[in-house]
Design a protein around this ligand. Structure first.
Ligand SMILES: Nc1ncnc2c1ncn2[C@@H]1O[C@H](COP(=O)(O)OP(=O)(O)OP(=O)(O)O)[C@@H](O)[C@H]1O
Ligand SMILES: [Mg+2]
Length: 232
């Protein structure tokens, strides 16, 4: 882990509710402004029928709530690990594979990040929940493979993954002054993930941290389930 030059990879946290993109540069903020100076882009696409175009994030929610005719699609990440991912959906009169819908949204994250960074990226580290699919390792692997395939199609040649709670742990670690044993709890929109990890300023410089991760786990419950119950 070198701290002197900007990272070659973009970091993407494609979330069920909100997404963020980071680019590590020494001495600068890592998170990139994605919409109106804000560092999150709600993971939402609205296909505006009148104007025959997709819009993203807060603007998508705004157009939908303003009453524009169209189709609002959210919780896109939950397509990963579901059977729908192999199917199409009807959008603006044509069939759109759900995989391409993921590609549109993640492609938008890439485009906005590259515009803000003033350069292109062909390496990416994607966050992933500890489990995309509970108690089915094959389906879980398939979900990760699908996300990698989507990323490659967007032009990322080097695609790797990091567990979301471990990414959160490393962020916390950058601000501590002595060794701590930390339980990281990441309550998301789709999944809630937990990691018990040993953190310290010295260990922060080490690239291989497997031995510091004492346990990870996750469940497929998040804020979206609450929203859904409330709406119903
Ligand atoms: N400002 C807010 N006010 C109310 N609820 C919020 C706010 N920000 C986030 N939430 C809710 O908290 C939950 C977690 O949001 P978060 O952005 O962490 O999820 P995510 O990272 O997109 O999901 P996941 O990590 O599961 O893919 C969601 O249900 C979201 O709707
Ligand atoms: Mg999250």
């Amino acid at each position: 882990m070198s701290d002197v030059s900007p990272a070659r990879a973009l970091g993407i946290d494609f979330g069920t509710s909100n997404s963020t993109v980071g680019w590590h540069r020494p001495g600068s903020e890592s998170l990139i402004a994605l919409e109106d100076g804000k560092i999150t882009l709600p993971s939402v696409v609205f296909f505006n029928i009148e104007e025959r175009r997709p819009v993203y994030g807060r603007l998508a929610l705004h157009e939908y709530l303003e009453g524009y005719e169209g189709r609002l699609m959210r919780s896109l990440k939950s397509l990963l690990g579901s059977k729908l991912i192999k199917h199409d959906t009807s959008v603006l009169g044509s069939a759109l594979p759900f995989k391409d819908l993921l590609g549109m949204f993640i492609g938008e994250l890439k485009k906005r990040a590259e515009a803000a960074a003033g350069r292109e990226f062909d390496q990416v580290v994607l966050g992933r929940p500890v489990f995309f699919v509970d108690e089915d390792p094959a389906a879980d692997q398939e979900a990760e493979d699908t996300l990698a395939e989507v990323a490659r199609k967007l032009g990322f040649k080097d695609v790797s993954f990091q567990y979301e709670p471990i990414a959160a742990a490393f962020d916390y670690e950058s601000g501590i002054s002595r060794e701590e044993l930390v339980l990281i709890v990441d309550i998301g929109g789709g999944t809630s993930d937990f990691t018990l990890i040993r953190l310290s300023p010295e260990r922060h410089q080490v690239a291989e941290r497997q031995s510091d991760i004492l346990a990870t786990g996750g469940v497929h419950i998040g804020g979206t389930d609450f929203d859904k119950q409330l709406s119903l």
